[in-house]
Design a protein around this ligand. Structure first.
Ligand SMILES: Cc1cc2nc3c(=O)[nH]c(=O)nc-3n(C[C@H](O)[C@H](O)[C@H](O)COP(=O)(O)OP(=O)(O)OC[C@H]3O[C@@H](n4cnc5c(N)ncnc54)[C@H](O)[C@@H]3O)c2cc1C
Length: 540
């Protein structure tokens, strides 16, 4: 099944009702609906139909060139012509200046429809944001208009074979030239859309080390290294191979070699040795987007499961004895309810981080980033695996397409900082640094929402206790409990998100939407929230 139905009603409900349109900068509910509807048509009509062929064909490498799967090049052209690439960018560079609160649901649709395709704009967005934040005026004028329109795409060149989570080990070299440019030499691995045939130029953001730079992460600089230079001359860089992967086959994962013929021309961004700091602009942006990919692919798997379970007849209804569709079996309902409520909680949390981006509440963005990245991507593992279970044996057979979601989703807890690294980021940088004060102020702000549910109230107390215990531990002890702490806190944050929905439902007319939301919220509180206690048991 390749259909995808964008969950527009739920998206609209979150941004206009749950978050009361606070992040929308004046867009009203009808405009929100119209934009989501249009994006939904592109996602379901243009991108979803080429998802399976992308999986089957993958990208093909020949002599340094990469051909994307059938239909990708044409779809990308149409997507850009519709202005969709420019959604979150500033008008100054040709962008549509839509708030993140709109850009997130739109991006969710691309990722749900076709995660491989969605990775190209995802990385371009991070690269463009980094140039916007740290590039010179000249660099912004030179690169941003074409990256915003989609004529050019951007990449993120961090990883080397000896430098994955530990970017301090980067060895790629940058040698300053008399004209102020740098010659870049070295090899990067795992570079998403490092080479492809969808855009006219590829703008690589490359981390490298200048001569005499300090060792470790303090000696890394950031460079713009375009595939084609100003005079359309080919730069000295090439994709030497593509990885053969478990999933996201249509997204080319490239080994990139820089400077085989003397050195690729690179342009320094900002100051020397501050590259890692600048790159964090890109990584933070991308981390939230990866969390959103988790929500997206989980929703796609859920949709297909609901559809399959409604068609597949197997077994009899316990009460009537009549043959029945499997969706009527309580255990199948349990699986679907679990998937549904996890998607709803994850989506609310991801959009909450978009709201804080719009409001400039950077502390809360910082707090939520490792949670959205990790929890939503781990959740995607559970949901896509459960989707296979709902399909029974057919789930294990590629033909149904549901196995692709599980294979595609498996990368999400790994790239953009593994979930283990996210847990360290949360505990050391977001909690320990201020003795939990940031989290406590967040919890204080939503105390009325928490008070609406006894189980949530009890669990929040558990989180407060765990946080106070965490900050007293040694660094080694904190590293050992960082992941259960992140998980426990995430289930609680998910609970708060679900109670935000509950509060917003009161203003809605009765109907199927309201009833289903209520059921999912209750299911979360009864069946999912208790997982927090198990995760935090270690702190009792
Ligand atoms: C499909 C794909 C696409 C990618 N796209 C890009 C891209 O576009 N650009 C780019 O630069 N990179 C990209 N990457 C690389 C990706 O970001 C890295 O794979 C990731 O950061 C992990 O690094 P690693 O693979 O070296 O694993 P390692 O760092 O070796 O980690 C292995 C395990 O050890 C754990 N670990 C490592 N260090 C610590 C620590 N200090 N404390 C606790 N646990 C630790 C990790 O959590 C993990 O479980 C991509 C990778 C893949 C597979």
């Amino acid at each position: 099944m390749s259909e995808y139905t964008p969950p527009i009603e739920d998206m609209n409900f979150i941004i206009t009702q749950v978050f009361k349109g606070q992040g929308l900068g004046g867009l009203d509910e009808d405009m929100v609906d119209a934009i989501l509807e249009e994006a939904g048509k592109v996602a379901s009509g243009l991108l979803a139909p080429i998802n399976k062929i992308g999986d089957e064909q993958g990208s093909q490498w020949t002599d340094g060139e990469v051909k994307t799967a059938d239909g990708f090049k044409e779809a990308y052209k149409e997507y850009c012509a519709g202005g969709w690439n420019s959604v979150p960018f500033k008008e100054e560079y040709g962008g549509q200046n839509l708030p993140w609160s709109m850009a997130f649901p739109i991006q969710e649709m691309w990722q749900a429809a076709n995660m491989s395709f969605g990775l190209c704009p995802l990385l371009n967005q991070g690269a463009a944001e980094t140039i916007l934040a740290h590039g010179s005026d000249e660099q912004k004028q030179e690169y941003l208009p074409n990256m915003v329109s989609g004529l050019w795409t951007g990449t993120m060149n961090l990883t080397e074979s000896q430098a994955g989570s530990d970017l301090g080990e980067i060895k790629t070299k940058a040698v300053k030239q008399g004209d102020g440019t740098y010659l870049i030499t070295g090899q990067k691995i795992f570079i998403t859309f490092g080479e492809h045939d969808m855009s006219e130029n590829i703008i690589h953001l490359v981390l490298a080390r200048t001569q005499d730079a300090p060792t470790g992460s303090k000696g890394i600089s950031l460079f713009i290294v375009p595939k084609f230079l100003e005079d359309k001359k080919r730069n000295d860089l090439i994709c030497v191979s593509l990885e053969h992967k478990m999933g996201i086959h249509a997204s080319p994962t490239c080994t990139m070699s820089f400077g085989d013929n003397g050195g690729a021309t690179g342009y320094l961004v900002g100051e020397e040795n501050l590259g890692l700091k600048y790159m964090f602009t890109m990584m933070n942006n991308a981390r939230l987007s990866v969390g959103l990919q988790g929500v997206a692919i989980a929703d796609r798997a859920l949709q297909q499961s609901v559809s399959y379970a409604g068609d597949r007849i197997q077994g009899s209804d316990i009460t009537t004895g009549q043959k029945t569709e499997i969706i009527n079996h309580a255990d199948v309902q349990r699986m679907i309810n679990t998937m549904q409520t996890l998607v709803m909680a994850g989506r609310t949390l991801a959009y909450e981080s978009a709201l804080y981006l719009d409001q400039g509440k950077s502390d809360y963005v910082d707090l939520l980033t490792p949670i959205v990245k990790s929890w939503c991507t781990d959740m995607a593992q559970e949901v896509t695996s459960t989707a296979i279970q709902v399909h029974g044996g057919m789930g294990f057979i590629e033909e149904t397409g549901v196995a692709q979601y599980a294979r595609d989703a498996r990368i999400l807890p790994i790239y953009e900082g593994t979930n283990g690294i996210q847990a360290l980021d949360l505990t050391f940088r977001k909690i320990l640094k201020n003795d939990g004060a940031l989290l406590f102020s967040y919890l204080d702000e939503v105390k009325d929402i928490i008070a609406e549910n006894v189980q949530l109230q009890k669990t929040v107390e558990g989180v407060r206790h765990a946080t106070n215990a965490l900050v007293k531990k040694t660094p080694v002890e904190i590293s050992a409990v960082a992941t259960p702490y992140l998980n426990g806190l995430s289930y609680v944050m998910g609970g708060i998100a679900m109670m935000r929905r509950h509060a917003a439902l009161q203003a809605l007319d009765d109907g199927t939407f309201k009833t289903k939301q209520r059921e999912s919220i209750r299911f979360y509180m009864e069946s999912i929230l208790p997982r927090a206690e198990a995760e935090l048991f270690i702190f009792v």
